[in-house]
Design a protein around this ligand. Structure first.
Ligand SMILES: [Fe+2]
Length: 248
């Protein structure tokens, strides 16, 4: 049985190897052996190049009017109030030059305060919350800003190795201007001791790049007698990106 100590030792070896290279590697490493459950299913080939216009006719579509303002509040989707720490998470979506990325569909999904998802595959013995679905969405405003009101998610166990726990996180999706641009990532919370043990967050081997997935606590966003506040900006590549060769 693989233990957390085994996984942590592998993470440490890979981190040392990375530090020795002296080369910046800011993306997610797809082939990252401590993330056992991805070994047989991570992509091994380059993405297939498609013509976006050919994909559009049968891709998901949405209109700006489809997204209602109440959908950004995950605490009002059922008849009562969900259990847990009420919090806001807010930030801006920016391009590589710091310009706001406006009218972007931002979607989130997360576990409840007990670390449980409403999903058939999640059957671990933590309670479901009848007042919490764990999904929300909004469009960024003129300033590239987004804001969700939710409940702080709990950590949850997974079966990567014995006694494996995911740090508390919120999944984010950015749709882009068409389906082929969709980006998916996870936001973590500051000071979470589980991040260092987690092969998913550690599969970003660069410590500074990894830190970009961690929100900051923001007392100006915190509301008296109501909720705590976390800030997390999402920066996309921009015109300062290094040119890459076109694929054949
Ligand atoms: Fe998750």
């Amino acid at each position: 049985m693989t233990t957390q100590a085994d996984i942590s030792a592998e993470i440490a070896v890979l981190a040392e190897e990375y530090a020795r290279t002296g080369v910046d590697e800011t993306g997610v490493r797809l082939d990252y052996p401590p993330y056992r459950s991805s070994l047989l299913r991570h992509p091994t080939k380059s993405p297939v190049q498609v013509d976006p216009e050919g994909v559009e006719p049968w891709s998901p579509v949405f209109g700006e009017r489809d997204v209602g303002p109440l959908e950004a509040d995950l605490t009002i989707q059922r008849g009562g109030e969900p259990v847990g720490e009420r919090m806001k998470v807010a930030g801006r979506v920016l391009d590589g030059d710091g310009r706001p990325v406006r009218r972007q569909l931002v979607e989130v999904w997360q576990a409840n305060a007990a670390g449980r998802y409403i999903h058939q595959r999640d059957q671990h013995p933590a309670p479901l919350d009848p007042n919490f679905v764990g999904m929300g969405r909004c469009l960024t405003d003129d300033d590239g800003g987004y804001e969700f009101t939710t409940i702080k998610p709990g950590p949850y166990p997974w079966r990567n190795h014995h006694n494996a726990w995911r740090p508390a996180h919120i999944h984010f999706s950015l749709f882009g201007t068409d389906f082929t641009q969709r980006l998916v990532t996870q936001m973590y919370f500051p000071g979470d001791p589980l991040c260092a043990l987690d092969p998913i967050s550690q599969s970003i081997v660069d410590p500074r790049a990894r830190q970009r997935l961690v929100a900051t606590y923001d007392h100006d966003l915190t509301e008296a007698e109501w909720c705590t506040g976390y800030r997390w900006d999402i920066v996309l590549t921009g015109s300062a990106a290094t040119p890459v060769e076109e694929e054949e």
